[in-house]
Design a protein around this ligand. Structure first.
Ligand SMILES: NC(=O)c1ccc[n+]([C@@H]2O[C@H](COP(=O)([O-])OP(=O)(O)OC[C@H]3O[C@@H](n4cnc5c(N)ncnc54)[C@H](O)[C@@H]3O)[C@@H](O)[C@H]2O)c1
Length: 417
């Protein structure tokens, strides 16, 4: 069987990490992975990356158009089977549709798109082209995820009643200034809705929704979403969120995430069943029954190689050895994040309530004092900040129903304006 031929868009940001991953995989597993080409409109900014790619025989093109044309006109040298898209969110749909209609599979980075209607259109484009469309939620491809799902479906922790995830991940002025879309609502006429829940800390939300879904291929879908949204940074969307959603399975999920913090903590994800619980952090997975019996206690492994193998298998039409992130599972995450923005407006923190400190990279970092313990308390008590007695800045949450949401036309602020 021929190796699966990969193309990649971008050389900077996360694309740099994916480029190194594909170089590594093509070197260690040449029977299955061949890294053919990269499309980068501004390669002069990336001299070291260009040199590294060229030294591994990877062709560099000035645009996705050019890369796809080369694949068509010179299939022996430049032919592609799949294109990886770690590009800005507002390009996800357009690039995905372009690659699919050129006859290749797509591995699009998470989040799938800025809106549910874009995701549904991408899913339809994949069906029309008869080519697979996967998303870069790497936790999904970890074989541990499918093991956990099967354990849950077998009743190991009883009926799942509630889940929570909390995380504090400091993001400084460098992060928000790294491109023209960080923290943005919309660019070039496309919704982006960048936030910790949509982007940097989307993984554990997507993972928990998948683990709570009633079938191996299904995520639990949100029904109602309540949210409190805050912004400490000078961005358009929120950098801090506490939200709670009821789910189609009868369970509920509490989400507490912030970028306006001093410490990096988490993510900490917990599933509570009627007969046990599962705790998942960045390093470890622990499954315990109510009587304390440990059913599973394992360190988490590097999942990037598993993700590439899953792409290879999917492109070949073979079953992947693990769960995969596809449009139907990813839709649950997107509906929930839309619900956050439809339920409440974003409350801006007054400077008097903020501390501006220097991050470990030497950039200004805006901090809500003691936010880490608020996030933890919300998750542990399954409460919004407004329901805790000790959070003077908390605001009353709004609520919205997002069951079967097919369209998102902007957040509550925009709808009101
Ligand atoms: N899976 C993960 O853990 C993970 C981590 C970080 C980012 N991401 C995702 O990756 C995507 C990119 O995020 P980022 O933070 O690296 O963004 P970024 O804006 O910092 O970088 C975007 C990349 O896309 C390239 N690019 C821009 N326009 C292009 C075009 N027209 N053609 C080809 N390439 C183009 C840029 O040169 C750059 O390499 C987002 O969807 C993000 O959510 C995923």
């Amino acid at each position: 069987m021929n190796p699966v031929r990969f193309g990649l868009c971008g050389m900077g940001g996360y694309a740099k990490i994916i480029g190194k991953l594909l170089i590594r995989m093509a070197g260690s597993d040449p029977q299955n992975v061949r890294f053919v080409s990269v499309a980068e409109p501004d390669a002069s900014r990336f001299t070291a990356e260009s040199a590294l790619l060229s030294s591994h025989g990877v062709a560099i093109h000035a645009s996705l158009d050019e890369m796809l044309k080369a694949s068509e006109s010179d299939p022996g040298r430049c032919g592609l089977d799949v294109v990886w898209l770690p590009v800005p969110i507002h390009l996800h749909r357009r690039f995905t549709e372009q690659v699919l209609s050129a006859g290749m599979a797509v591995m699009c980075e998470k989040p799938p798109a800025g809106t549910i209607q874009d995701l549904l259109a991408m899913q339809q484009a994949s069906r029309d082209a008869c080519k697979p469309l996967l998303f870069g939620f790497q936790d999904m491809y970890d074989p541990m995820t499918l093991r956990l799902k099967r354990l849950i479906l077998s009743g190991a922790i009883g009926a799942v009643q509630r889940a929570s995830v909390w995380a504090a991940w400091p993001r400084d002025a460098k992060y928000f200034g790294r491109n023209d879309w960080a923290g943005a609502l919309r660019r070039g006429g496309e919704w982006i809705m960048d936030s910790p829940a949509m982007n940097a800390l989307a993984h554990p939300i997507n993972l928990l929704l998948y683990l709570m879904g009633g079938l191996e291929t299904q995520s639990a879908e949100p029904i109602t979403v309540e949210s409190e949204l805050y912004r400490a940074n000078a961005i358009e969307n929120f950098d801090t969120v506490i939200a709670r959603a009821s789910l189609t399975t009868g369970a509920s999920i509490l989400i507490a995430l912030t970028h306006a913090c001093r410490q990096t903590l988490g993510s900490f994800a917990t599933l509570h069943g009627s007969e046990g619980r599962i705790d998942i952090d960045e390093k470890r997975v622990l499954v315990r029954r109510g009587d304390g019996t440990v059913l599973l206690d394992e360190q988490r492994q590097d999942k990037y190689a598993d993700m590439v193998h899953a792409v290879v298998n999917t492109v070949r039409g073979q079953p992947a050895p693990a769960a995969v992130a596809d449009a139907s599972t990813a839709a649950a995450h997107l509906r929930l994040v839309h619900g956050m923005s439809l339920a409440s407006v974003v409350h801006e923190f007054q400077n008097t309530r903020l501390n501006i400190v220097t991050s470990s990279d030497g950039y200004p970092l805006r901090v809500i004092e003691d936010i880490e313990s608020v996030m933890k308390a919300c998750a542990e008590q399954h409460k919004l900040a407004h329901e805790l007695s000790s959070v003077p800045w908390s605001q009353r949450p709004g609520m919205v129903n997002v069951q079967n949401l097919q369209r998102f036309d902007g957040p509550l602020t925009t709808v009101k304006a």
